[in-house]
Ligand binder design. Structure first.
Ligand code: ATP
Length: 266
């Protein structure tokens, strides 16, 4: 059991070493302030997690009545699957995560965890069951970070682990190490647990991610495995959110490699 959690400790060590970005931290703290507007219904039962399946059913949401952040979002994350939400900045990935955490209530549709509408269960039990390593947690000081998220990840064995661009601020070597730890962690979690990683452009994790959902302009524009999404895009003449991100990543990687090779003297 200790071994199962060691990668998480590993992350903690790195996060604490990272330079902090205070603007983002304020943004995240605002979010925690706002969460107080969501209330438990009287007598709400605890969330019971058996399989850890997550269903978004036609979910719509607006932060502001004049603009729509999400519309008609539907997807199913089966038990034990590792899923990434991908797509351009501002598409709605973080909003999906916030709704899953019930920082806000959905405007329309439903979110179900193992068949339970998350609006009807105790918030505390919901959050306790979702371990999250969001992008912005790297920006938290130990106490806030630990109390709000990390404690949860370590505390329960059957969490749904969510990673929100966890490594976006890291250098390549650190990122590779974390990638390795991540794949070990997911391999250990064969029966329970779901991992969602949200990222804008980094697709280096595809060796252990099962499924991708591309989010753009508040909608699901495509979903499937890496191979499926690449094939679909090729059939469409090279068009596709995931495909384009993948292509960009390959280009970036080859450019990065060339830069690194300039000491070879060739
Ligand atoms: P990124 O990859 O940059 O993190 P994202 O895909 O996570 O982007 P969201 O942050 O979910 O996108 O944003 C979706 C939409 O909602 C955008 O139009 C954004 O401007 C808007 N939005 C996000 N957070 C808020 C907020 N707190 N108040 C108002 N609008 C918001």
């Amino acid at each position: 059991i200790n071994q199962l959690y060691s990668p998480l400790n590993f992350f903690g060590t790195y996060y604490r070493m990272i330079q902090q970005n205070f603007i983002d931290m304020e943004k995240m703290l605002d979010l925690f302030k706002e969460q107080q507007s969501v209330q438990d219904v009287p007598g709400a039962p605890e969330l019971t997690v058996s399989e850890g399946s997550v269903v978004f059913e036609n979910v719509g949401f607006s932060y502001d009545p004049r603009s729509t952040a999400l519309q008609g979002i539907s997807f199913t994350i089966p038990k034990g699957k590792t899923v990434a939400l991908v797509g351009p900045s501002g598409g709605g990935k973080s909003t999906i995560l916030r709704l899953l955490f019930r920082f806000y209530d959905v405007g329309s549709g439903r979110i179900l965890i193992d068949g339970q509408d998350i609006r009807l269960v105790k918030q505390e039990s919901l959050r306790k069951n979702i371990g999250v390593v969001p992008q912005d947690t790297v920006l938290f000081n130990d106490t806030i970070y630990y109390n709000i998220h990390y404690g949860n990840v370590k505390a329960t064995e059957e969490d749904i682990i969510l990673l929100d661009e966890a490594t976006s601020a890291l250098d390549t070597t650190t990122e590779r190490q974390i990638q390795h730890a991540l794949s070990r962690m997911t391999r250990d979690r064969t029966t329970e647990g779901l991992m969602v990683r949200l990222f804008a452009s980094d697709l280096t994790y595809n060796t252990f991610l099962h499924y991708y959902i591309s989010i753009k302009d508040g909608q699901v524009v495509e979903q499937g495995t890496h191979d499926e999404l690449i094939q679909q895009a090729i059939n469409r003449g090279g068009e596709g959110v995931y495909y384009e991100m993948w292509q960009k990543q390959l280009r970036d990687e080859s450019e990065g490699k060339n830069v690194g090779e300039d000491s070879s003297g060739e």
